[in-house]
Ligand binder design. Sequence first.
Ligand code: SF4
Ligand code: SF4
Length: 449
Amino acid sequence: MERLKELKTDIYRCIHCKACVFAYSGDPSREGVGEHKGSFSKERVLYEGMLKSCPAQLEYGWEAYANAGKMWIARSILEGEIEIDDNVADVIYPCITCGLCGEQCENDVRTVDIIEALRAAVLEAGVPARDKHELVDNITQKEDNPYGGKKVERVDWVKEAGIDPKLLNKKDAKIAYFVGCTAAYRQKNIAGATVKLLQKLGLDITVLTEEVCCGSPFFRIGKTNTAQRLMNDNLKFFANYELILFSCAGCYRTFTIDYPKWTGKKNTFKTQHAMELIAQLITDGKLEFKEHPKLKGKTVTYHDPCHTGRHFAEHFKRELINSSDNLFLDKRKLSKRVDDWFEIPRTIIRALPGIKFNEMYRIKENSFCCGAGGGVRAQYPEFSLNTSSRRLDEAEAVGADIMLTECPFCWRNLNDANERDNHGIPVYGILELIDTFDLLKEKGPAKKK
Ligand code: SF4
Ligand code: SF4
């Protein structure tokens, strides 16, 4: 309840305007892509102007499930008007914590922070955790990952990908790659592709066998004790490295945004997504790609993971609000920083020869979520996959043959929805695509910035 009380001024700033259920194209002059009936949608969707875009409200219909409803629930709890019980939990957990609502809110309400605090308050009040959340928490207490893979099998992907195991636990390396549970136990292709690419670029990296779950799912579902235990373990294991690289959007967000928030201290290391490194090398003219006949003429589109996308835009905004003497002037700098941020994956995609890059209508800060996060994939699989399928319908509307993303969790959900609803749009991580089709045309070994 303490965290909910700390957010009281935000909660009371909500004027219940409900703008947060829509997503805008971000640019009034931007043309939409017209109407499309996708493989999932029962009706044609007009991708133009303001679209209903809160995944929870689209799925469940009732306002309580949308953010505006949740802000009202938070306020009512603070005012003692409603009791925290199972009914409250049933409404606040089917939410992906995608942050689309916070992005739309002109009153700067920190919606994801409030939703996470609400969930923590629910558990504190003695309401049982949702059954699948309890299950993954129990599994993680034992094996340090929510998938139940054995701790000793966490780095099995190294051998399976044909990577020299000497990269494990190198004390003299300055860069560590944080693999994350999804790439370590499920989407091993992403872990293997990332390491191979980084090694081809001449980077001396290590992978730690001690690595444990970053804690992201537990921060999101209100299991803050588990999340902090995992965070403290990782902070100890990675303390002596200068730079931690990531291929998972959720792990990257958690290390970069959640860890300093919960410890109250700056991390002792820098954090970077592998994409940032690759994009920088392209910009510096040190990296080029070659064509592949199987990709030639294909149309690709890009799905911005919420965790590497607008969650960082929100983080930059908070940094600015906390440090600025003149918010009006500094907001222009913020726009440039956010624009540059969203260009990172696009810099890589545009450098891939022979392919056509078509953007979906809802992109960047206004991107529509893949449906995997916030504990939703585990507890509400149908809602989760329906959300992914709505996203794939949007990709169909721009004629995409391939969807790219840069998060193993988005990858999993989008791929599953693609199979379930026959969208015919294979999904790749950007680095995975580069590795799979051997697209790298190296100009010379890269040095760390
Ligand atoms: S959170 Fe913001 S956008 Fe949503 S209803 Fe409240 S004031 Fe409006
Ligand atoms: S975080 Fe996403 S799913 Fe949850 S209320 Fe906001 S827009 Fe809806």
